[in-house]
Each structure stands twice: as C-alpha cells, then as structure tokens.
Design a protein around this ligand. Structure first.
Ligand code: MN
Length: 249
C-alpha cells in the first residue's frame, strides 16, 4: 500500500515524522507537506503563482503551498504511483464540530476522497507542547482495524485523540460533529501608526456538551472517530422547496 502523509502544521512538525514511522508498517509512506504552518487554510488552492517542491528526505517533500496543494501534487505531480490512502496529521490541536470547515488537516483528507481514495485526518486535542508517539500509535492501531474491515473509496474519518496518558484513555467512540458555542474571537485594536487592525483568534472553542458528539467523547476520555461525508445538500429543505414553485420572474 502507498500512503500519502501530509498535515497543515508544516513539514517541521514533529508529529509528522512520528506518524510516518508508525505508518511505515503499512506500506510505503510518501510525505508531502507545506513548508510552513498552514493551519485553518481549509480547502484552499494556490492558483496565482507556481508551486515549488523540495525533497527534504527519503520520500519526503515540502511544498510552498497549502495541504490541498500537497495532495494534488501527490496525485497529479508525476512523483510515481498514486497513493491508495491519504493520512493527514497529527494536527497539534483539535479539529471538531464546525471547525472541520476551517481545518487544513481535514481538508487534506477530504481532497484524498475527492481524488478517489479514503482519507483519515488525525488531531491531538491540546495546544501544549508534547510528544506525538502515543497518539501516532493510536492512529496506527485504528488504521489496522479499519483496514481489516476493508477501505471504501468514500471513507473519510476524522479522528480526535484526547490529551491523556495512554493508560487513561478509556476507549474509542464513533461520534458525530459537535456544535461550537461562538464567543468573541475577533480582536480589534489600534496599531502604532494609529490605524485599526483586526486579529482573528481569541479563546479556545467552547462546545455544547451534547452526547454522542466528538467533543463530548474526547472530554470523557475517549478517542473520537467521526465518519464524514461530503454530500452537503439539505435533503429536507430540497424536498420542501420543491413545493414552493420558486420563479425567476
Ligand atoms: Mn494545524
């Protein structure tokens, strides 16, 4: 099996090297990752300048682009055979609930699915500096069990791992996306030249404590595995709106 490994934290993330070691047990791992932190770049593509790729180690490349650029290069950049699986992570920080829409980590796994192979995104739920070997081992064990069931082309898994010692993790839960409680996350201040500036950021997200969600499970000490799908159509609204008789006149 040929695995594309990427992330959005950048090629220098220690999590990337540790996950590569774990994934090597499954086949040949090609790492193609952004040359710098590209967190929260979502599914963005670099269209207005060329992309440069640099070989930085064995089967390891950095790209001056986004996670999605990296996946496209893996599939269409003539670097050899195409991957059979895209693994993205391990992200340094959670990717739960609506945050999957902003996440570069999840976007890379989605791009794998758009290219016709399964995708797995993995995140460690902490901003503290830490070692990623235990989370990488967990991803490896999950992947082994999923492979035993057989991969399907549309399989897209979003994995969030609680920041706990291995022995304190209570198990795995299959979850749904949770819901964020929006707080003030935009700072408005004045720069030294007297002009206003805005800075997106603020506190860590707060989640509604709904049972069955990714947040609820991680909070209770379980690894959260959320199967995602890319069909965004609201079928209920579609059925209702068929009756509206909308007109362009
Ligand atoms: Mn990130």
């Amino acid at each position: 099996m040929r695995i594309l490994l990427t992330n959005d934290d950048g090629i220098a993330s220690p999590a990337l090297a540790q996950l590569k070691r774990t994934l090597s047990a499954f086949g040949r791992v090609i790492t193609i990752a952004p040359d710098r932190n590209q967190s929260a770049t979502s599914q963005s593509l670099t269209l207005h300048r060329p992309l440069r790729i640099q070989e930085v180690g064995e089967d390891t490349y950095s790209v001056d682009g986004t996670p999605t650029d990296c996946v496209l290069i893996a599939f269409h950049g003539q670097l050899g055979e195409k991957p059979d699986l895209v693994v993205s992570g391990i992200n340094h920080g959670p990717n739960m609930g609506e945050d999957v829409f902003y996440s570069g980590t999840v976007a890379a796994a989605i791009e794998g699915v758009l290219q016709g192979v399964p995708g797995l995104a993995a995140s460690l739920v902490t901003r503290a500096s830490t070692d990623f070997q235990e989370p990488a081992d967990i991803v490896g064990r999950l992947l082994r069990q999923v492979l035993e069931r057989g991969l399907t082309r549309r399989l897209l898994l979003n994995v969030n791992i609680p920041f706990l010692p291995a022995e304190a993790i209570r198990g795995v839960r299959i979850t749904r996306l949770g819901t964020r409680v929006y707080e003030d996350t935009l700072v408005r201040k004045v720069d030294p030249r007297g002009r206003d500036y805005f800075w997106i950021g603020g506190e860590d997200p707060v989640w509604r404590p709904d049972e069955g969600t990714d947040f609820h499970s991680v909070d209770a000490g379980y690894v959260s595995v959320t199967p995602l799908q890319l069909e965004l159509t609201d079928q209920g609204a579609r059925a209702d709106m068929q009756e509206w008789g909308l007109s362009h006149r």
